[in-house]
Design a protein around this ligand. Structure first.
Ligand SMILES: Cc1cc2nc3c(=O)[nH]c(=O)nc-3n(C[C@H](O)[C@H](O)[C@H](O)COP(=O)(O)OP(=O)(O)OC[C@H]3O[C@@H](n4cnc5c(N)ncnc54)[C@H](O)[C@@H]3O)c2cc1C
Ligand code: HEM
Length: 395
């Protein structure tokens, strides 16, 4: 994309940003008016999800200078869109409705040059998405179906759900899958896979029911052994490079422990000599339920240390928010840090680690939102971990 197109698009996004919500509603209204059958591809209630397209545009514009990151992101997005039953022929109409909605909310700043810049950018983005989707279709299904083969409730609001996919499900320790349940068709939510890939092909998820949450409550309170779910392709960049030798620092909060357990398991399978330090914070004592396996492993091997912290109880002398505990135990020179849990915990832990001198490129975490509605000061403060601008983790 030319520098001129990039500048026109950035300036236009600034104009429409204050009315992003209305713009997105208008976009979907136009889309469903012109092609009513497309409504079936989306969830029944779209209120909370509606701004994702706009957030994606903000991200794309932010990465315009970084062609490699951009094509990686759009490729993953295109592959992921296969599970929504999106086809290549849908892209043209979506592009037309998007440009029409942008025009409507740009007032007199809209002109042919801006329209052409958007047209070219959308065509390029759609080309990367459909190209990646086509390549993926040659080797993978659009989604995986699977059966729940175990369902445990270690606490009232938590379920450990084990799924057996019908076909081989490729993933790396530290990644997450999106899950669609039979109770909320078309509603996909991300859940980290809590075990490293092994011979039996099972996937374990640790799900916390959030108040009034659709999918989490269904998985915790309704799901039973024998129920079937769908899985999108594994995503997430929080994977360990086993060629490295640095010590590994895992920092988890709540069910954020899931991907870090998988990472520790993978390190154990690989048999590397890396020292691994796990800090795990929970707001209550019962939140520490998931730690038993790790503590048992730590008793048997010399390379693993596990330090639980509960907000208001001293455990072996450790208490308080996990970021404060980190500040007390640091510095962690030369570590590769992996952070997972509620967004505030990830943001705060990342800040603490950077203050303690750990370079941003050694701090890894799943997506944390920055989009419209995020004040620039918050944006400047946000961590620069991989994939950091996509979306918030809520555990
Ligand atoms: C990369 C990634 C990995 C994730 N991994 C896990 C995981 O391993 N385990 C897990 O349990 N969750 C995980 N999540 C969160 C999960 O994807 C869902 O967001 C969560 O289960 C809520 O979905 P829901 O459909 O139940 O709630 P929704 O129907 O989406 O939300 C209902 C209401 O609850 C609010 N809400 C949503 N989340 C929370 C929260 N955490 N606390 C309080 N209110 C909330 C919403 O704002 C809304 O008002 C992960 C998220 C991401 C992005
Ligand atoms: C350049 C083009 C496009 C971009 C940048 C884009 C971006 C996005 C993003 C970021 C998401 C959220 C993904 C997630 O949370 O996992 C999403 C979801 C979705 N997109 Fe697209 N998209 C594009 C084209 C299309 C097209 C052509 C269709 C076809 C109608 C489509 C239909 C959907 C559907 C059905 C969802 C799920 C919505 C939901 O769960 O609420 N998208 N898109």
């Amino acid at each position: 994309m030319s520098e001129n197109d990039a500048e026109l698009i950035r300036a236009n996004l600034e104009v429409v940003a204050p009315r992003a919500g209305e713009l997105t509603s208008h976009f979907y209204a136009l889309l469903f008016l012109r092609e009513p059958s497309l409504r079936e591809l989306f969830p029944p209630a779209m209120d909370t999800q509606r701004d994702r397209l706009v957030q994606a545009l903000v991200r794309i514009v932010g990465d315009l200078e970084n062609a490699e990151a951009l094509s990686g992101y759009l490729g993953r997005l295109g592959r992921d869109h296969r599970k929504f039953d999106v086809l290549a022929e849908h892209y043209t109409l979506v592009g037309e409705c998007l440009v029409a909605a942008l025009a409507r909310y740009s007032g007199d700043t809209w002109n042919q040059a801006v329209a052409d810049a958007w047209g070219r950018a959308y065509t390029a983005a759609a080309g990367l998405m459909t190209g990646a989707a086509d390549l993926d279709a040659a080797v993978n299904p659009a989604h995986w179906a699977g059966e729940i083969v175990a369902h445990e409730r270690p606490a009232d609001d938590i379920a450990v759900v084990t799924v057996r996919p019908d076909a081989h499900y490729p993933y790396r320790a530290g990644q997450y899958a999106t899950v669609e349940t039979p109770w909320w068709p078309r509603v996909w939510r991300a859940y980290s896979i809590a075990n490293a890939p092994d011979g039996n092909g099972l996937l374990t998820f640790h799900v916390r029911a959030v108040p009034a949450g659709w999918v989490s409550n269904a998985l915790v309170r309704k799901a039973r052994v024998g129920d079937r779910v769908k899985l999108g392709p594994a995503q997430g960049e929080m994977v360990v490079d086993h060629r490295q030798v640095h010590p590994v620092l895992c920092v988890a909060g709540g069910t954020g422990l899931a991907p870090l357990r998988a990472i520790v398991e993978e390190i154990a399978y690989v048999g590397s000599d890396r020292f691994v330090d796990v800090f795990y914070g929970a707001s209550t004592h019962s939140g520490l339920y998931g730690l038993d396996d790790l503590l048992r492993l730590a008793q048997r091997v010399s390379w693993l240390k596990v330090r639980p912290a509960v907000d208001d109880v001293a455990l072996a002398g450790i208490s308080g928010a996990i970021a404060d505990v980190l500040a007390e135990y640091g510095p962690f020179y030369g570590c590769d840090a992996y952070l997972s849990g509620p967004p505030e915990m990830v943001l705060e832990s990342s800040r603490v680690l950077r203050r303690l001198g750990l370079p941003a490129e050694q701090i890894h975490h799943d997506p944390v939102t920055l989009g419209f509605g995020v004040p620039p000061s918050a944006a400047a403060e946000a961590p620069r971990g991989r994939d950091s601008r996509e979306r918030a983790n809520a555990y």
